[in-house]
Design a protein around this ligand. Structure first.
Ligand code: NDP
Ligand code: PHD
Length: 342
């Protein structure tokens, strides 16, 4: 038994990871389709031992698939997801377009798995990459001692800005030592040997949209009462987002309790030795499934305060892995309707 699956955005950073992870977790696939733009028709992508040729989104007949994993950006999701859902396939959408839609659940399977039980539009939204890794860490702590406030600063890799972001870091890094760094195109300033406190567009209040997403999405997934403030920063790392997190609880939770709770938490791995190398870095998280937590310590500047560091592969837990976990959850709950092949 297997499903007919389509990956939209198949040639992208996230799309390629979707194929890898669907194969790694042995998701039951009967037929796989790779969908991208017209310019990629015939481009080859790997799915396990199979080589699949890309098809054009505009020409594809979605009535022949059971489940669609979308990661081609917000405008493509806006134009296509509801039509595909209405035609009977479940859409798991990686873009930000539907995340705050009240008729679309925003799901991190370790945190709010039952949100998939009601699917009025046949669409499920995958959160922002920085939100996903954060809520996996916050949820088990919130269950133990209610969280009042979170202050988070991110260190986000260039792969979060797609293939073009990775190319820009690579070209600038090489260029600095040879002909001078090429002018920024994808980022607002030179990213090689630099950090940029600006991801997504600026909002009226001075926060960026990336920071706003972390606040709004955490409330939707975990608890509207949690106050969260974020500063999102792009760093010259290829894959892996890191976050420095300060958490204020309503009741006391000491650092040993936090370590213990997180050791038992689904999707989390604690690597926390107070010695050289006893913590995780983004590079080490690349290609891995868990959210790694290190540097757990008491924050003595507030009542019931804890500080910690968390790291995850943004293309995996921040995008493709979370989407595939949602697909597995739907499968386990028997929520994917298989259409009869034509
Ligand atoms: N990277 C991350 O950490 C995260 C990404 N996302 C979401 O996933 C999306 C994709 O990210 P990422 O893979 O990194 O981006 P990439 O730039 O690496 O890939 C974009 C993909 O979208 C396809 N695409 C673009 N325009 C069209 C079109 N008009 N019709 C059909 N397909 C199209 C591209 O196909 P082609 O090669 O043919 O142009 C390509 O497959 C993001 O826009 C975002 O919404 C969400 C969370 C985290
Ligand atoms: N904004 C994220 C990646 C992303 O695509 O996020 P979103 O899906 O929320 O637009 C980053 O740059 O690292």
């Amino acid at each position: 038994m297997g499903y007919r699956v389509a990956v939209v955005g198949a040639t992208g950073n996230v799309g390629r990871e979707m194929f890898n992870i669907l194969e790694e977790v042995k998701f039951p696939v009967e037929k796989m389709h790779a969908i991208a733009s017209r310019k990629s028709i015939g481009a080859e992508v790997s799915f396990g031992s199979q080589i699949i040729k890309c098809e054009d989104l505009e020409q594809f007949d979605f009535s022949k698939v059971d489940i669609v994993l979308m990661s081609a950006g917000g405008s493509i999701s806006a134009a296509w997801a509801e039509k595909i859902g209405a035609a009977g396939a479940i859409v798991i959408d990686n873009s930000s377009h539907f995340r705050m839609d009240p008729d679309v659940p925003l799901v991190v399977p370790e945190v709010n798995p039952d949100a998939v039980n009601s699917l009025p539009k046949n669409i499920i939204a995958n959160p922002n990459c920085s939100t996903a890794q954060l809520v996996v860490v916050l949820a088990p702590l919130h269950a133990e001692a209610k969280i009042k406030r979170v202050v988070v600063s991110t260190y986000q890799s260039v792969s979060g800005a797609g293939k073009e972001g990775m190319d820009e870091l690579w070209e600038q890094t090489k260029g600095v030592f040879v002909l001078g760094a090429p002018e920024p195109k994808k980022f607002t300033k030179q990213i090689a040997f630099n950090v940029i406190p600006h991801i997504d567009v600026f909002m009226e209040d001075g926060f960026t949209k990336e920071e706003w997403k972390m606040m709004a999405e955490t409330k939707k997934i975990l608890d509207p009462s949690i106050k969260l403030t974020a500063t999102a920063v792009r760093v010259p790392v290829m894959v892996g987002h890191a976050e420095s997190v300060n958490i204020e609880f309503e009741t006391p939770l000491d650092e040993d309790d936090v370590r213990e709770i997180l050791r038992d938490a689904e999707g989390v791995e604690v690597i926390d030795k107070r010695e050289n190398g006893g913590y995780m870095t983004p590079k080490e998280s690349a290609g891995e499934f868990p959210v790694y937590v290190s540097r757990i310590r008491t924050d003595p500047t507030v009542d019931n305060g804890i500080a910690l560091w968390c790291v995850a592969d943004n293309l995996r837990k921040g995008a493709a892995l979370n989407a595939v976990q949602i697909a597995q959850l739907l499968h386990d709950k028997g929520l994917i309707k298989q259409k009869t092949p034509a």
